[in-house]
Each structure stands twice: as structure tokens, then as C-alpha cells.
Design a protein around this ligand. Structure first.
Ligand SMILES: N[C@@H](CCC[C@H](N)C(=O)O)C(=O)O
Length: 381
């Protein structure tokens, strides 16, 4: 018999780095005796030396991380939780089927932070289609299915490279609802963040490992394709147009990165100070505004310099999150269209920074940032 368990690696952080790559540890917790299978690689966490692959109440089973995820016990989901700047996802190995192993209703329960695993979404790694190596699908924490997820695709790339030995290949192709996306695993580039405080920049203690760069494709600017009902004011697109939300006139630029984004730098009277925004109040009013027939993600942005922006996001289907990769891409596109920034920017999000480039030569947007394993476990569906 086995039981569902989620075990967090920080508990095991003190184990020595020289330990073998996979070994059992037995706990006696009356009345049951537990066997944990500890693993270092390939599903390793760069921050922790160990992850825990399984927990059972019988004698120790010889599980490796990959066999753990291959486990086909009916009624159980074996998953790995990843995060990209605190935007967190339950990753599911769905490589044997084009049918998601989790329904939208189950995704809502699994994402619940009190009664479930807790996440902003569930991501499925599926077989490739249309000539691509893989397919990525995602359910938001409300069960809706977006076309694309920027932080999610970085986590997806790490998941695939941990799951499948890519034989030295660093890059592969992913089919998404937003079309072809190409992530590339990079050497773990260490970055330090300068957090912008009123009138000064302060060096943050935390180090970020910028290990995945993603070709996010071309932004879509045509209003009807985003989709938004705001009348186009620049060619077919919506750039610094005024809309009324909650009795206030906001200036907005609309961009799709496969999924819809409404970017605002302020109201008709005032540039934003993003820490002052009441996100939980204003976010849903943008998300469900009649001008956005497919709802919208909304980014509230402050400009520090022509290459340094700060944003907070209210995500469609997930609410306030610590980061949004497609949102950061949309923000830089909007900042350039409004003449506020250069083509290469650092975008600070509550969970940390992303580097975004909207390249003139190919019109593609490139996003670079971290993706890390949090833990893995199983849960009864
Ligand atoms: N957090 C994601 C975006 C996830 C999808 C979004 N909530 C939507 O419904 O479009 C990102 O990092 O891009």
C-alpha cells in the first residue's frame, strides 16, 4: 500500500553533498514506518542537494526519480512542482498521451493553497505535434486553459531536460496554443538583483540563476486578434488608448503573446507607483471588463529608466501572482510602442527579475530567467 505524500527538501538540506545519487532512508513514526527514497539527479534542485521521490508505508521500494514519475498507480498523480520567480506549477509527465491526466476541475483542487498542493497552474508535458519535439498545455488555477505561459515554459524546459536525457542538446521545440516556442537551457548564469526603492537602488541578498532563455515568438498587436474591443488608434493596434475602469480613465496598450495582456503605465493624470496599487480590487475589474471578450491579464508598470521597469500583475484565471513571463514580454513591447524604453530591459516582478528583449531583426521577443524544482510527490486524484 502506498500513501500520497509531499515532502519538502529543505528538511533534508543538511545532508552531505557527497552522498550517493539515490538511497533509502527509513523513518519510524508510530504506528507506521515510512521509507523515503532520496535522489540527487537528474531531478535535482540547484538550491537543495536532495529531493524526495516517494514515501511508502511498506518496505522500501527502489524508486528512481524517473521511475517515480512513471508510476502508473490508478487514482494517483505523480508530479514535480516547479517555480519560476515564484510563479509555481504542478508539472505532469503526460508524454504518453495527448489527453491531460488531470481535468480542469481536478486542477482547481490541486492548485488550492489550503486544500491542495498549491500552485498557479498545472502544466502537461505532452508528445510533440506539427513537427515539434513536445507539446505544452496548461490549466490556470481556476481551471481555464490559456494559450501560453512564459514562466511555465521555462519550468517545462527544465522538467524536460531533467526527465529526458537530451544528449547534450540545449534547445528544443514546443508546440503551444500560442504556436511554436523555443526554450534553450543555459549555463546557470548567476544574477544579483537591484531592487528599486524611492530614489535609490538596493542590492538584494538573493541570487537568481538565469538558466533558461526562451524565444517567445512575435507579439500580436492587431486589436481583434488580442482580442480587445477597444477601437484601434495606431494602425490596427491599441497604443496608449484611454479606457474607463472603476470610474477612472486609464491609459492602456494591448499586446498578445499568444495570450491577452492589457498594459498600463498610469491614468490620464498620473504615472503609476506600482506598490500603491490595490491589485485585488482593480485587477478583477480589468480581467472581466467587457472590452476584453476573452478576459485579460493586466500589468501595472512603473518606469525607472529606459532599460529598467517594474511591474505587478493580475493574471486571468490566477489572480495576483509573483511573476508572469508573457506579461513581462508584453510590458516591454508596450513600453517600446509608447516610446518609454529600449529594446533590452530588466523587468522587476514581485518574485524577481526577468530579462526581456524585443529584437528588431526578427520581431521576436526573448525572455531569460530562472526555473527551479521545488519538490516532487504524489497525490490522490
Ligand atoms: N503566468 C504565466 C501566464 C499564465 C496564463 C495566464 N494566466 C492567462 O490566462 O493568459 C506566464 O508566466 O506567462
Amino acid at each position: 500500500m502506498s500513501i500520497a505524500a509531499i515532502v519538502s527538501p529543505p528538511l533534508l538540506r543538511s545532508l552531505p553533498a557527497t552522498s550517493p545519487s539515490s538511497f533509502p532512508l527509513t523513518y519510524s513514526l508510530k504506528p507506521l514506518s515510512f521509507s523515503l527514497q532520496l535522489n540527487v539527479s537528474p531531478l535535482r534542485n540547484p538550491n537543495f542537494q536532495f529531493t524526495v521521490s516517494a514515501m511508502s508505508v511498506t518496505a522500501q521500494e527502489n524508486l528512481s526519480p524517473t521511475s517515480f514519475l512513471d508510476n502508473k498507480e490508478t487514482g494517483f498523480l505523480h508530479f514535480v512542482k516547479y517555480q519560476g520567480l515564484g510563479n509555481d506549477f504542478i508539472m505532469v509527465n503526460n508524454l504518453d498521451s495527448m489527453e491531460p491526466k488531470v481535468t480542469p476541475e481536478q486542477a482547481v483542487k490541486l492548485c488550492d493553497r489550503n486544500f491542495g498542493i498549491g500552485a498557479d497552474g498545472v502544466i502537461f508535458a505532452m508528445p510533440g505535434c506539427n513537427g515539434t519535439d513536445y507539446t505544452m498545455r496548461i490549466f490556470n488555477s481556476d481551471g481555464s486553459e490559456p494559450e501560453m505561459c512564459g514562466n511555465g515554459v521555462r519550468c517545462f524546459a527544465k522538467f524536460i531536460s531533467d526527465l529526458n536525457n537530451l544528449n547534450g542538446r540545449q534547445s528544443f521545440t514546443v508546440h503551444t496554443g500560442a504556436g511554436l516556442i523555443i526554450p534553450e537551457i543555459q549555463p546557470d548564469g548567476k544574477r544579483q538583483l537591484y531592487r528599486a526603492l524611492p530614489g535609490r537602488l538596493e542590492l538584494e541578498a538573493k541570487t537568481y540563476y538565469f538558466n533558461v532563455k526562451v524565444d517567445m515568438g512575435e507579439p500580436v498587436l492587431k486589436a481583434s486578434d488580442i482580442p480587445t474591443k477597444i477601437p484601434p488608434n495606431k494602425n490596427e493596434s491599441v497604443v496608449k488608448a484611454q479606457i474607463e475602469v472603476d470610474g477612472v480613465n486609464w491609459n492602456v496598450t494591448c499586446v498578445s503573446m499568444g495570450n491577452p495582456h492589457c498594459v498600463t503605465f498610469g491614468t490620464e493624470n498620473q504615472n503609476l507607483v506600482v506598490d500603491e496599487i490595490n491589485l485585488a480590487d482593480i485587477g478583477p475589474k480589468f480581467e472581466h471588463h467587457t472590452l476584453f471578450p476573452a478576459r485579460t491579464n493586466t500589468e501595472f508598470v512603473q518606469v525607472f529608466s529606459r532599460s529598467h521597469l517594474k511591474m505587478r500583475v493580475w493574471e486571468r484565471g490566477a489572480g495576483a501572482t509573483l511573476a508572469c513571463g508573457t506579461g513581462a514580454c508584453a510590458v516591454v513591447v508596450a513600453a517600446i510602442l509608447e516610446g518609454r524604453s529600449e529594446r533590452n530591459c530588466t523587468v522587476d516582478l514581485p518574485g524577481g527579475p526577468l530579462e526581456i528583449e524585443w529584437r528588431e531583426e526578427d520581431n521576436h521577443v526573448y525572455m531569460t530567467g530562472p526555473a527551479e524544482v521545488v519538490f516532487y510527490g504524489s497525490v490522490q486524484l
